[in-house]
Design a protein around this ligand. Structure first.
Ligand code: NAP
Length: 247
């Protein structure tokens, strides 16, 4: 249980981040969420209710990240749990990818995570838990996803190094590594409900478990890594991919 704990979740307005916010609140934590879209943040804050704090912050902006950390600290004092979850996903085929698309992906998924941790550390409690959201893609080669997979492999690596760097403060850094999970990240422009259903069935059929993951299934691992139940886990990851990477 997380009674009395405080948490900050980047990208907490949607998908896995929002499911994690629901779960941590259910487990007794007070939660701050961040994202770039004010309307989505507002909807999530109203749904989560209670003492939830919603903060507009783009993880590409160090100014935003510092202000986010301050706002969370103003609301809660110190932060016990950081879920650095904000991220994007799109294909980057080697033949056609432009520099701008590559840079955007790395800015959000890699630089954004690094500076999220840097910005929040000064307001984190010693003994806290940092959870990074990587992906099953950090371990496999799939066509057209070189930049996305590399960005997630970088995040996987951050967990090792940052955990080693933060042992004195007893702050543990671990990852969740989701497989294809049914969230708005899979939505695309002009897609109908039938198109999306066909898409989820097609993707699910490639997963040994026979379906896409549910955000709540990833959130359960976040709650475990956030809690003292995972106190002997440092610098590692929990793979939740329906068997994709290993079977
Ligand atoms: N769903 C999957 O299949 C899957 C698989 C493996 C890993 N993941 C990882 O899980 C994480 C969450 O993804 P999701 O599936 O839950 O997708 P999602 O529903 O699209 O949520 C993404 C969240 O990140 C926020 N975000 C995006 N760009 C941002 C930026 N520049 N600054 C701050 N916040 C930003 C979004 O808020 P705004 O829209 O307001 O900016 C949103 O709250 C990502 O890191 C993703 O790579 C997902």
């Amino acid at each position: 249980m997380l009674t009395g704990k405080t948490a900050l979740i980047t990208g907490g307005s949607s998908g896995i981040g929002l499911a994690a916010a629901r779960r941590l609140i259910a487990d007794g934590a007070r939660v701050a969420i961040s994202g770039t879209d004010e309307a989505k943040l507002d909807m999530a804050r109203r749904e989560l209710g209670g003492e939830t704090v919603a903060i507009r912050a783009d993880v590409r902006s160090l100014t935003d990240l510092k202000a986010m950390a301050k706002q969370a600290a103003d609301a809660f004092g110190t932060i016990d749990i950081l879920f650095a979850n904000a991220g994007v996903a799109y294909g980057t085929p080697i033949a056609t990818t432009e520099e701008e698309a590559f840079d955007r992906l790395m800015d959000i998924n890699v630089k954004g995570v690094f500076f999220t941790v840097q910005s929040v550390l000064p307001v984190m409690a010693d003994g806290g838990s940092i959870i990074l959201n990587t992906s099953w893609l950090n371990k496999v080669g799939t066509p057209g996803r070189a930049a996305l997979s590399a960005s997630k492999a970088a995040v996987r690596s951050f967990a090792r190094t940052l955990s080693a760097e933060l042992t004195e403060r007893k702050i543990r850094v671990n990852c969740v590594s989701p497989g294809p999970t049914d969230t708005p990240i899979h939505h695309s422009a002009g897609q109908t409900a039938d198109d999306y259903k066909a898409y989820t069935e097609r993707v699910g059929a490639r997963v040994p478990a026979g379906r896409m993951g549910r955000p709540e299934e990833i959130a359960a691992a976040v709650a475990f890594l956030a809690s003292d139940q995972s106190s002997f886990m440092l610098g590692t990851e929990i793979l939740l991919d329906g068997g994709l990477a290993e079977l």
